[in-house]
Unconditional design. Structure first.
Length: 135
């Protein structure tokens, strides 16, 4: 179950749920405000806008989600790699062991509102209790 408050917002880059008081994403550092000063929470209130598009990729250096049109990571400047493509099923095909702080078998919660990093030993998300192999 989500403990989302009305002022909380979802990062446009990594979809991490942030407290409303945060000015940048706790996970990836993306600023709270989107293009043209639009608050990210309102820009992404429709889950259709969260859909990962074919060709989108996750940076090998910092793990941030990047749009297919980018040849370099918007956060750290890392180059795109085919192996780092984000799958359409909300999972990352990037081997977690290659991301800082990750070990083999670690996983990302598939629930859109959560998207939290979990250790390999967990069978459900530590944050929202969604089962590892949810829907």
């Amino acid at each position: 179950m989500s403990c989302r408050q009305p002022c909380d917002w979802d990062c446009r880059s990594c979809r991490y749920l942030n407290f409303g008081k945060r000015e940048s994403c706790q996970r990836c550092g993306e600023p709270k405000l989107g293009l043209a000063g639009t608050p990210v929470g309102s820009a992404l209130s429709n889950p259709i806008n969260w859909a990962v598009k074919p060709g989108d990729w996750s940076c090998y250096n910092c793990g941030v989600h990047n749009y297919a049109s980018r040849s370099n990571c918007f956060k750290c400047g890392g180059a795109t790699k085919t192996e780092a493509a984000v799958t359409q099923s909300w999972g990352f095909s990037l081997e977690p062991a290659q991301q800082a702080g990750w070990k083999s078998g670690d996983w990302i919660c598939s629930r859109m509102e959560c998207n939290e990093h979990n250790y390999a030993s967990r069978t459900e998300c530590f944050r929202c209790s969604t089962p590892r192999y949810y829907g």
